[in-house]
Each structure stands twice: as structure tokens, then as C-alpha cells.
Design a binder for this molecule. Structure first.
Ligand code: UGA
Length: 437
């Protein structure tokens, strides 16, 4: 049984630790935040992720999963150390590596026998070498550890599924011994013949950025095609559907929307751009994806204002959905932030409702009204705007909404409401890239 320590019990670290325990390893999830660890030990989770609660309970009961704030002691007890701390966006768009480097120093101080040091955090290409150097600096003996880049491809909201049934697992290392240990960590996957790829450290680091940037590019592309569909009278859903039938394109990530958000795409695109600048390599596509995304976020605001013929001053508007996508309470870089702030500047009163992200948004924006119920949020408003594709919003009682609001404007930035129904209830509405009746 591999003994693993995860350093950083945030979103990635927690899901990775729980997933590795589920694969049969003994895992200690550590964090410098004592409160977080105390909470986890009492069964209180720091994030919302479907299925996480049950799987944590089961693995703790089976003595495979532990939470500790004693990082040093956990390192000493383990053979595999996984770095899973955050790499937030730095001043110039580059990833801020201070947490990762500080962990590398802690590891080097506490290496007592051969260990595998694995990086899960998304780090700029070339970071592996710097981490190895930092550990070597203290250890001064290469043989005491091997290094692996093992990027994560977890989507918030379906992270457990992504970890337990991955499309691929990337193991970037120049050591055969390290590769074999990692294959063993992921043993249930390789016996069921899931793709495990052995690459160099730099290639593994690059795969992560290249994948995220491509997905972001795909979304920006379909958003721009949707905008063009509106201008020429074509239907984006049919266009995307037909494009998706082509196996070279695939139908995933072709849903137009209010622009991508979250803690990964915006930050990783900026980081890749920063790497490209340092290396003097122009990346027009990545620049374009970023620009298209800013434009898409602003376009949502313009659409709403256009539905009011340009004047929204003193209007009361209900924003349904604050999370950057459904099934998460994460609001980082959420398109609703831009929507709300742009409307506030124009003198709009905002009623906000999200099934689980109200508290997270309240930490960033506090001068709007938060509601615990959707149908309370829409009372006496002039417009309703859907910003997140929560299932709860797919089956809205439009008749009730229309009766309880004072206006009749409806903006559906996720294309989840039937246009026939919106028309039949007398709404003036807009959405993304569809042919209006
Ligand atoms: C993303 C990647 O999908 C993961 O593979 C990666 O591991 C993760 O970043 C990371 O780097 O940690 P995540 O940010 O959780 O995962 O969410 P996505 O499901 O990728 O959605 C990102 C944004 O794109 C959301 O705002 C979503 O609403 C938007 N989106 C997604 C669209 O507008 N259209 C689509 O078709 C798909």
C-alpha cells in the first residue's frame, strides 16, 4: 500500500487525496489551515462537490484517509508527497509560485528516506526543474527523491468522476522507478486499461496548459459563431450540433454562454500567454480567446440593456445564478460578477439568487439583495437574467414569474429556457445565437 501525503487540501488536493484513497492507497491530506483540517475531521467539507461527502466517510471508516495539519510529520511518514497548493494569478498574468516553492522547501527539510515528489498544481512549464533544485539545495543528494509532474484534469462539479474515470493520466518523469510507483498509485486504472501516459516533466506541464487553453478557445469560438448566428439569422444549437457530429471536432464544449469563468481557464490562459512572451513566441489564438471572452461577458450586459431600449437606471433586476457554472459554489471569474458590477454602475437594484453560491458571492459583492428562494428574488423585478445553468432554472414556473414580477424582460445567457414558452407568457427576451420567432 502506498503511503501518500497531499500538501494543500483545497479543491484539487482534497479530490486527489480522496480519489487516491479510493484506489486503495493510504492518504494523509494536510493543510496549514488548522480550522479546515479540524472541520474535515468533524465531517465538514470546505467545498461543495457531488458525491464527495459519502466517499470521504467510507475511506475514513476504512482507515485509508486521514486529515492532519502537521505537514512535516505527514511527509516523514509517507513515500509519495503530492504538491496540490494553489497557483493564483500573479501580477503580470504569470502564475504565483510562492506557495509551491515554500512547500518544496518544507519537503526538502523533512526528507528522511527515498520519496517521490509529485506536482498536481498547475505550474508553468519549467517549474519542475526549479522545484527539484529547491529540494536538492537542502538535500544535496539526488538519489533521495524522484520528481513527477502529474497534472490534474478535474472539472468542478464532476471532479470525483473525472478522477476515478479519467480520459488520461499523465505521468511526467525521467525516472523509471518513479513511473512504476505512480502506476501503482493509479493501479485500478491501469489494470482496467485506462490510458496512462509516460512523458517528460516539461511535456506533462505543457499538456495541462495546452488542454485548458484549447477548451477555452473552443468555447470562445462557439460564442463568436453564436454572435454571428444572431446577425445572419442562423441557429447556434443546430450549428453546434452538426459541427459536433464531426469526430475531429466533437460535440463537447460547444455550448455558447456568457463567457467562461472559474479559477482555471482565465488564469491558465494568462499564464500560458506569459510563458509565450518570456519565450518570444506569439500566441495569437490564446490572445484571441481571452479577448473574445471579455467581449462575450460585456455583450451579455449590452443585450440586457438593449431589451430595455438603453435605459436601465432605477430598474430592479433578478440575477439567477452566481456560480461560474452549475454544481459548484465557486464564483471566481464568474460572468455574473461582470454583469452585476456593470448594472450597479448604471443605477440598477440587484436581487440575486443562487442555490448554493450566495455566500461566496457575498464575500465579493455586498451591496445587492441576496435571496434564499428563487421565487422571492423575482418579486416586483423588471427583468430576470439567467447566468448559471442550474437544473432548478430549467423548469421555471414562467407563469408565476411573469405574474409576480413587474416587468417582462428575460435574458437567458445559457439557452436553457424554451423560446415558445417565453413568447407565450408575454416576455420580451433574448438569449445566445438563436432564431427568434
Ligand atoms: C476546467 C477543465 O475543464 C478541467 O479539465 C481542468 O482540470 C480544470 O479547468 C482545471 O484546470 O483545474 P472547470 O474550470 O472546473 O474545469 O470548469 P469547466 O467545466 O471546464 O467550465 C469552465 C467554464 O467554461 C465555465 O464558466 C463554463 O460555464 C464554461 N463553458 C464550458 C461554456 O461556456 N461552454 C461549454 O461548452 C463548456
Amino acid at each position: 500500500m502506498n503511503k501518500i501525503t497531499i500538501i494543500g487540501t483545497g479543491y484539487v488536493g482534497l479530490v486527489t487525496g480522496v480519489g487516491m484513497a479510493e484506489f486503495g492507497n493510504k492518504v494523509i491530506c494536510t493543510d496549514v489551515d488548522n480550522t479546515k483540517i479540524d472541520n474535515l475531521n468533524s465531517g465538514i467539507l470546505p467545498i461543495y462537490e457531488p458525491g464527495l461527502d459519502e466517499i470521504i466517510k467510507r475511506n475514513r471508516k476504512d482507515n485509508r484517509l486521514f486529515f492532519s495539519s502537521n505537514v512535516e510529520e505527514s511527509i516523514i511518514q509517507s513515500d509519495v508527497i503530492v504538491i496540490a497548493v494553489g497557483t493564483p494569478e500573479g501580477k503580470n498574468g504569470d502564475a504565483d509560485m510562492s506557495f509551491v516553492f515554500s512547500v518544496a522547501k518544507t519537503i526538502s527539510k523533512n526528507i528522511n528516506n527515498y520519496k517521490l515528489v509529485v506536482t498536481k498544481s498547475t505550474v508553468p512549464v519549467g517549474s519542475g526543474k526549479r522545484i527539484i533544485d529547491l529540494i536538492n539545495d537542502k538535500v544535496n543528494n539526488q538519489k533521495l527523491f524522484d520528481y513527477v509532474s502529474n497534472p490534474e484534469f478535474l472539472r468542478e462539479g464532476s471532479a470525483l468522476k473525472d478522477f476515478l474515470w479519467p480520459d488520461r493520466v499523465i505521468i511526467g518523469t525521467d525516472s523509471e522507478k518513479a513511473y512504476e510507483i505512480m502506476r501503482n498509485v493509479y493501479r485500478p486504472l491501469y489494470i482496467s486499461k485506462n490510458p496512462i501516459m509516460h512523458t517528460t516533466v516539461e511535456t506533462a506541464e505543457m499538456i495541462k496548459y495546452a488542454s485548458n487553453s484549447f477548451l477555452a478557445l473552443k468555447i470562445s469560438y462557439i460564442n463568436e459563431i453564436a454572435n454571428l448566428c444572431e446577425a445572419v439569422g442562423a441557429d447556434i444549437h443546430k450549428v453546434a450540433n452538426a459541427m459536433g457530429q464531426d469526430g475531429r471536432i466533437s460535440d463537447k464544449f460547444l455550448h455558447p454562454g456568457p463567457g467562461f469563468g472559474g479559477s482555471c481557464f482565465p488564469k491558465d490562459l494568462e499564464a500560458l500567454l506569459s510563458i509565450s512572451k518570456i519565450n518570444n513566441v506569439k500566441m495569437n489564438t490564446v490572445e484571441a480567446a481571452i479577448a473574445a471572452n471579455h467581449n462575450q461577458k460585456n455583450r451579455m450586459v449590452e443585450k440586457l440593456i438593449a431589451l430595455f431600449s438603453g435605459d436601465v437606471n432605477d430598474k430592479k433586476i433578478a440575477i439567477l445564478g452566481l456560480a461560474f457554472k452549475a454544481n459548484t459554489d465557486d464564483v471566481r471569474e464568474s460572468s455574473s460578477i461582470n454583469m452585476i458590477n456593470s448594472l450597479l454602475i448604471k443605477g440598477v437594484i440587484i436581487n440575486a439568487y443562487d442555490p448554493i453560491a450566495n455566500n461566496e458571492m457575498a464575500k465579493i459583492i455586498n451591496n445587492i439583495n441576496y435571496f434564499d428562494s428563487l421565487y422571492d428574488a423575482i418579486i416586483e423585478v423588471d427583468a430576470v437574467v439567467i447566468m448559471t445553468e442550474w437544473n432548478e432554472f430549467r423548469s421555471l414556473d414562467l407563469k408565476r414569474i411573469k405574474n409576480e414580477m413587474r416587468g417582462n424582460v428575460f435574458l437567458d445567457t445559457r439557452n436553457i429556457i424554451s423560446m415558445d414558452e417565453l413568447s407565450s407568457h408575454g416576455f420580451i427576451y433574448d438569449n445566445i445565437g438563436r432564431i427568434k420567432k
